[in-house]
Design a binder for this molecule. Sequence first.
Ligand code: SAM
Length: 215
Amino acid sequence: MKWVKGNKTIEISVEELRELTAKYTKVHIDLGTGDGRFVYEAALRDQNTLYIGVDPVERQLREYSVKSVRKGLGNAMFLVSSLENLPATLAELAGKVSVILPWGSLLGQIVNPSQEAVNKLSALLKPSGELEIILGYSPDLEPSESDRLELPDLSQEYVENVIVRAFETPSAGMKKDMLEIFPKEKLTDIGSNWAKKLAFGKPRQIYRLTLIKTP
Ligand SMILES: C[S@@+](CC[C@H](N)C(=O)[O-])C[C@H]1O[C@@H](n2cnc3c(N)ncnc32)[C@H](O)[C@@H]1O
């Protein structure tokens, strides 16, 4: 896999990645991490957890990777990949996976869930691990992208009946923990750049869903 490490991009095998994770009490994968600010801030606060930000756009990962290296944050890692391309050998790597304000094909695969995508997300987690998804798109505010991805209007019922149900199939093996409407004024607490942008943008409904992998 491609690892954006400061100013360099190097290759790391899944075996080497697993060796690295052994030094930490917990592994948290942030999928669709964007510029990786969330990973950087979280890694600064909690040095016992290895935070791995994953995004298909290599150049986006550079800024916070360089900052992490300058701060000596060995527990912040940035990998170039996507939900579609994650190696199956990453199975059960993480105690937590987050997907914060996804967009593009990542959003499409969660909101119109395919069993393959849902199983892939679940497979990243250790038994009893947690998946956190924060959704905040609005077909009214983003009409062209919503059309392109054929996104439905989000509602609590839609999330329950379609998204949660896909994760609760026996093959995905997850159970809903919590579904809440996330207060806009708390978006800045998340620590990602998109969350910050939306906090100061037009009003919109934000949903926060957490699911636990059944042991
Ligand atoms: C709206 S940004 C949010 C970034 C970050 N989570 C934040 O809150 O600042 C959505 C991100 O999802 C990434 N993305 C799109 N499709 C993806 C996929 N299939 N797998 C992983 N990431 C994807 C994009 O490259 C983009 O960086």
